[in-house]
Design a protein around this ligand. Structure first.
Ligand code: ADP
Ligand code: ZN
Length: 435
C-alpha cells in the first residue's frame, strides 16, 4: 500500500529540507518585499532588507505579522500577486473577531491540496477509498481543503458539508464511506447519533477519520475511535497560512508533521517574542515559503504548542508539532488561575462523562464565578438522577486536582447541550461583556 503521497519530500533527509527551506526563504522574502507594500513598510521600520536574509536563522530579523495586521490590511493590503492571477478567496471562521480574507493563485491551491492529500494518505487513504467530507464548504477552508486533497489522492469524494446528521449517516452506510473528515466535536456527535439510530460500527465501513479545526484531547480521540470503530487522526491548519493540512498526523498518532517544504515553523515566547529552542512550549509562528497570492512571513498563530524533531516510526522526517493546547486567547484566567478548556475535557472523559459540556464564567460582585455544565449519558441519568450530590462531589474533586480552582458543577439531562456541526463553542465568558 502507498504510505506517502510524495515520498521523496516527506522522507527527505533533514539537511536537505533545511537547505531547501533556506533557498525558498531567501526568495520568498525578496518576493514579499518587492510585491507587498504593507510588509515592505514593516521591514523598513525594522531596518531589515532582503539582503539581510542569508541563513535560515536570519528569519529572526524579520518583523512579526499578527491577526491585527491582517485585519488592518483587509481586504487587499497583504495581497502580493495581481488580482487577475488569483482564482479563489477563503476566509477564517471568525472565531475570535472580524474575519480575515486570504487569496490563492492556482499554484497556492495546488500546494494546499497536496498538503491535504499527504494527510489523507498518512491516514491510510488510497484511490480505493470513499472520503466523506463533512467539514463546512464555502468560505471556511475545512471543506474545500480536504475535498481537493481527496481528489488529488483519487479517492471517491462525497462533498457532504456539515449538518443534517441523519443524512450523513445514511450516505455513510449506503455508499460505504471509509474515511470521515470533519471537526472532532462533529465526529463525536455523528458517533452518538449512530448509536441512537440503533447502529453499531459494524453497520458502517469507516476505517479512519481526519479531524481538526479545533483543539481536542487524547481522551476525545479514544471516545471517537470507540464510537466509530476507526483510527482518528489529527490535522491542523489555518486560513492565513492556507487551510487544513499545514500539519497532519501519521500512523504514530503522536504529533503532527508540519509540511516543512512549504511552511517554516518557529516557537516564540508569546510575551517577549524571543525564539525558543526546540522542545519548549510557546506560540507557533509560521512563514510561508513558496506562496504567491498571500505569502505571510512570521505570522503569529496564537496557538500554543511544542515542536519536536525526534525520529518518527512512519519514516517522515518533517518536524512535528504536538497537539495545540488551544490558542493563547482561549486560555481563561479565572480567579487568577490559568485554565484551558482542554484540561476540563480531559477530566470529564477520564471520569466517564460525555464530551458535551459548557464552561460559563462571569464576574459578580468583583468575584469570578466558574460553572461547568456537564451533560449526562442516558445511563448515568438513570443511575444518578435522584441523588447526584456524590457524583458532583467526586467530579469537583477531580477538577480541583487538575485546575487548582473549584468550579461549580451542574449535571444536566441528556440532550441539554447543543451539538456542534463545526467548531464547538464551549466557553461562555460573560466577563467580556462587562469590560
Ligand atoms: P479562525 O481563526 O476564525 O477559527 P480558521 O478556521 O482558519 O479561523 O482556524 C484556524 C485555527 O483553528 C488555528 O489557528 C487553531 O487555533 C485552530 N485549529 C485548527 N486545527 C486545529 C487542531 N488540529 N488542533 C487544535 N486547534 C486547531
Ligand atoms: Zn510520523
Amino acid at each position: 500500500m502507498k504510505r506517502y503521497f510524495q515520498k521523496d519530500i516527506e522522507t527527505a533527509p533533514v539537511d536537505w529540507i533545511k537547505s531547501l527551506q533556506k533557498e525558498k526563504l531567501i526568495k520568498q522574502v525578496k518576493y514579499v518585499y518587492d510585491n507587498n507594500k504593507y510588509y515592505h513598510r514593516l521591514m523598513d521600520e525594522k531596518g531589515v532588507t532582503p539582503d539581510d536574509i542569508k541563513e535560515l536563522s536570519d528569519i529572526s530579523k524579520l518583523p512579526f505579522l499578527t491577526k491585527n495586521d491582517l485585519r488592518e490590511a483587509y481586504p487587499y493590503g497583504l495581497l502580493s500577486a495581481p488580482l487577475k492571477d488569483c482564482v479563489r478567496i477563503q476566509s477564517t471562521s471568525g472565531t475570535t473577531g472580524r474575519r480575515v480574507v486570504a487569496f490563492y493563485t492556482q499554484h497556492d491551491i495546488d500546494l494546499w491540496e497536496e498538503c491535504c492529500a499527504r494527510a489523507i494518505v498518512a491516514a491510510g487513504g488510497t484511490d480505493e477509498d470513499v472520503v466523506q467530507v463533512c467539514y463546512g464548504y464555502g468560505l471556511f477552508t475545512g471543506g474545500p481543503g480536504l475535498h481537493g486533497g481527496s481528489h488529488k489522492v483519487g479517492s471517491l469524494t462525497i462533498p457532504m458539508s456539515s449538518g443534517n446528521t441523519d443524512r450523513q449517516i445514511q450516505f455513510m452506510r449506503d455508499l460505504g464511506s471509509t474515511i470521515l473528515c470533519c471537526t472532532p466535536s462533529y465526529a463525536a456527535y455523528i458517533g452518538e447519533r449512530l448509536r441512537e439510530m440503533g447502529c453499531t460500527h459494524d453497520d458502517i465501513r469507516l476505517k479512519a477519520g481526519i479531524f481538526g479545526a479545533e483543539p481536542w484531547t487524547e481522551e476525545m480521540r479514544r471516545d471517537i475511535e470507540a464510537k466509530l470503530g476507526i483510527k482518528a487522526y489529527d490535522i491542523y491548519g489555518l486560513t492565513e497560512i492556507s487551510g487544513p493540512g499545514v500539519s497532519f498526523e501519521c500512523e504514530e498518532q503522536n504529533g503532527m508533521h508540519i509540511n516543512e517544504d512549504h511552511f517554516l515553523a518557529e516557537i516564540i515566547d508569546p510575551d517577549t517574542g524571543e525564539v525558543l529552542p526546540e522542545g519548549e512550549e510557546g506560540e507557533l509562528v509560521f512563514t510561508s515559503l513558496d506562496k504567491e497570492a498571500f505569502p505571510l512571513l512570521r505570522y503569529r498563530t496564537r496557538d500554543l504548542t511544542v515542536l519536536t524533531r525526534e525520529k518518527c516510526s512512519c519514516g517522515r522526517t518533517h518536524i512535528k508539532m504536538m497537539k495545540p493546547k488551544g490558542r493563547s486567547d482561549d486560555m481563561l484566567i479565572i480567579r487568577g488561575v490559568n485554565v484551558f478548556p482542554s484540561q476540563i475535557e480531559t477530566v470529564l472523559l477520564k471520569e466517564g462523562y460525555t464530551p458535551n459540556y459548557e464552561i460559563h464564567v462571569d464576574r459578580i460582585a468583583n468575584e469570578d464565578t466558574f460553572d461547568i455544565n456537564v451533560e449526562l449519558s442516558e445511563e448515568q441519568f438513570r443511575q444518578i438522577k435522584d441523588n447526584d450530590e456524590a457524583a458532583k462531589k467526586a467530579l469537583t474533586g477531580a477538577m480541583v486536582k487538575m485546575l487548582g480552582i473549584r468550579p461549580k458543577i451542574h449535571l444536566l439531562a441528556p440532550k441539554s447541550i447543543t451539538r456542534s456541526e463545526g467548531k464547538a463553542v464551549r466557553v461562555i465568558d460573560k466577563r467580556k461583556l462587562h469590560d
